[in-house]
Design a binder for this molecule. Sequence first.
Ligand SMILES: [Mn+2]
Length: 510
Amino acid sequence: MSAPHRPPDSHYNINVTLSDMTSLDRELPDTRPPICAKLKYDIKSLPKVSIVIPFFNEAPTMLLRNIHSILNRSPDELLEEIILVDDLSYDAPLMEPLERFIKNIPRISLLRNDQRSGLIVSRMRGARIAKAPAIIFLDAHSEVNEGWLEPLLDQLRKNPKQVLQPFIDGVDNMNLQFSAPSVYFKGTFSWDLRYTWTKIADHEQERAVETGEPFITPTLVGCALAVMKDYFFDIGSFDEGMYVWGGENIELAFRAWMCGGKAVTVTCSRVGHVFKQSPNKFDGTKGSKEETVQKNLIRVADVWMDGMRKFFYGTTLMFDFKRLKLGPADLKTLRERTELRKKLKCHNFEWYLYNVVPEMLDLPPMEKDYYVGMTYFCFEHKIIPKNNFAIMKNGLMTYRDKCVKINQPKPYLTLAECPPESEIDKFGKWDLVNYGMNWGGIKVSIVKDDGVVVYWCIVQVTNAMPQHRSEQMPQLGTCDSSDSFQIWSFTYAVDFTLVPEYMSVYEQKL
Ligand SMILES: [Mn+2]
């Protein structure tokens, strides 16, 4: 039996009556690897869970869909409670109608904040009163799929000292279609501390698909987290000095890894998440969204990244306001977090890089560069993650100690020894063609033997070679600003001349 999809705008239709949503309105595809449906769990041995869902003016049908998906797709014996935390919503259906609705549902409670507190503080409010030994934090605009809960709780039973995330499927924000990525990603980060999706190695994905076993992730996407309550509070819960949201997912993952735990993606647990166009609602009392997030990220860098935070402070492309001054109250709570790190006897950041995310050991070169976050290039049959190419001041494009070379007359790019300065013009000089602040084309100019200068731009093509069929690879083509396959996003420019003074000022304050 397959129910029809709702019309595209249904989840924003605030006039829908709550009784419309008492059952789920469509079937979801089973997006797990086939092995997952065969795995058996001893329900009695699993910890019970409290599910904490903060919301602010969430589309009511989305919130109800979420609640119903949990009720319908979680074993009764495992679900202790659902705790909704309203962060001062004012949309009418989330007032009295929501209260009337949840009255009929056992094991659900509703807390209302008396001031806007943001995601992090709202989650903490729910976590403190949670009755079950396990807690799941879930974004309000989620929908859990069949069999989502048991694999998470089973992992927590096996090892309580870890922070888990389910495998996140995309939910289209217009028609609510589920889509599971065929390529598996782990979370990493860029040096400006943005969450980055990074493809896992083929053999890791094969193992996950064949066995249904979880795979590790250096950082957490943040929209759904499962953790044992005791462990969560033992390692310092969330940093409540962070406002609204942003950076808390990176911070928790750094902390879990560096302080004796780990972060893991549970292959067989599938949760759909609506990736919104503008995912956050900031009320402005703590500054702009960008300033708020940046202050949170400063806390992540200062508490956890040791000397490596110079790379964070050196990234300049997006934020000229990054060297924000923290006030006395913020500095006090920041100091508490550094003391927590000492108390927990955590590893240093270098340990984390070496052991958890070694691809980040390709540190940005120590001069002013552009770092180019293109895509996962299949480059000579080898996938190179983004952020690892740099365009240097002298026009060379580097990857580790090699330079990107044009294989004339064919339009292919290879890696070769870097040329001496005097030969760069003939080797190929790279530059960005900015169409926007952080996106545009990547152009190379080459001086031919006859002195004529030719230009090409990098085009993304789909690889037809059997080694990496369907992977993306870079080639050269005639520059065309209207060709979307020539548009790249640049991750950041690094300018270390700005860092030392700032860090030393900062060091004194700490
Ligand atoms: Mn979200």
